[in-house]
Design a binder for this molecule. Sequence first.
Ligand SMILES: Cc1cc2nc3c(=O)[nH]c(=O)nc-3n(C[C@H](O)[C@H](O)[C@H](O)COP(=O)(O)OP(=O)(O)OC[C@H]3O[C@@H](n4cnc5c(N)ncnc54)[C@H](O)[C@@H]3O)c2cc1C
Length: 431
Amino acid sequence: MSASLPASVDYLVIGAGVHGLSTARSLAERGEEVLVIDKSKVAAGASGIACGVVRNNYYQPAMAELMAACVEMWEADAEVLNYHSSGYIALGPESQRGDLEEVFERQQRIGYDSELHTGEADVMAHMKTLYPDWRAPGLTVCLHEHVGGFAFNKESMHGLADLGRAAGASIIEGVEVTGFVRDGSGAVTSVQTSSGEIAIGKEVVVAVGPWIAGMWEMLELPDRLDVRQPDGSLTEDLPMWTYWYLQEGELGLPPETLDTAAGKPSPVLHVDSDAPLHADDGTLITDEPWGVYFKPDRKSVQGGAAPIQLGTEFDVDPYPTGTVNDDFGQMWASSLSHCLERFEGTSSKFIDTRSGGVGAFTVDNFPVFDRMAPNVFVAADSNHGYKMLAVGREIASVLVGEHSTLLAPFSYERFSTGDLHPVSNSPYPWS
Ligand SMILES: Cc1cc2nc3c(=O)[nH]c(=O)nc-3n(C[C@H](O)[C@H](O)[C@H](O)COP(=O)(O)OP(=O)(O)OC[C@H]3O[C@@H](n4cnc5c(N)ncnc54)[C@H](O)[C@@H]3O)c2cc1C
């Protein structure tokens, strides 16, 4: 809803996606005065187009701990957030076995409810129990998370906005930030917008998703940097931001098509494979490693695969900026058929809808959650973030002077100290 901008506010949050809304909610719950502004509207960015998968399959200890906290928050407000606790299953070939074993062991240590199957026969047996027509060959590791699942993107963000408003946060749509006025210390004293200037009493939170590079420049932060590696060496002059296009689509089949043998809604399925992928008519689609994810949606089966790297320069407006490659539909539908016989012959049902979109990834592909000026906190999640519901709560705690052990590993300083996150064997920058 459009309303006039007040002359001043204690906390100004820029961006009404998951991080902006959840930070505002938590600040308001602490009794703070907080206003969210968005140049468009609630859920206009990546949060409103995300596949909506909520999982904890992360190889990095810091990511795993943060995700456990996030999943708890999804489960606590499931109804208002349109969240479905269906679980999540990750399957991989031998090259990913060690990583998933480590992930599983860590999940057991932090009490995260999951089970692991290894070896092709055990994996096949587990999957056939759930889906009698499961047929994907060559998968030797299966991590089945019994919590997590998915939420409906836009509805969940509107639910989050409602929780924020109920706690006392204000949200004004249609107001674009165009600049910052700063004092000698670098602190922001006021923010310039398309609706005039607003004075800042305490802090600004920047939560602009894929628009981060423009805001980073406005804050006079470096677009290239040297990164200290864990072995002490320096990798010079790397780009801070790289864009990827996440290709997603839908099969126009009822979501129940994916139900389990017990007649329950399917967990989210994520398959990485090195087996050759063929179309139903036998045509080879790829003999390179490939990966897909899929889940039930409102009226269809939805998911994605084959992200496209776009480089370091990209105009994010209008968002999303493109659609899928011509061959994506057949590749994605064929991979579903590769896994489950029920999808054989259904590639003609592929619908190239307005799903898929752009993400801005950091130099190490992990989030930066940090204060980047004396009173400016930046939430730049490197496209991991729809599931990261707890980040806003943690940001709010830091803003009021507390310490967050969950956010500390995501400081910007890690690029100069070499305290980087370990890298998994997954082919994708988000695992
Ligand atoms: C296709 C796709 C699928 C994905 N699937 C998943 C998934 O399944 N699970 C998962 O965890 N993550 C997923 N992600 C990643 C996730 O969507 C993002 O990491 C997350 O939503 C980012 O949230 P955000 O709050 O930072 O930004 P956004 O949700 O992008 O919100 C930013 C807001 O800032 C506003 N804004 C921008 N510039 C300005 C300005 N100058 N002034 C005022 N307002 C401004 C925008 O209008 C926008 O509303 C996916 C991403 C994509 C693209």
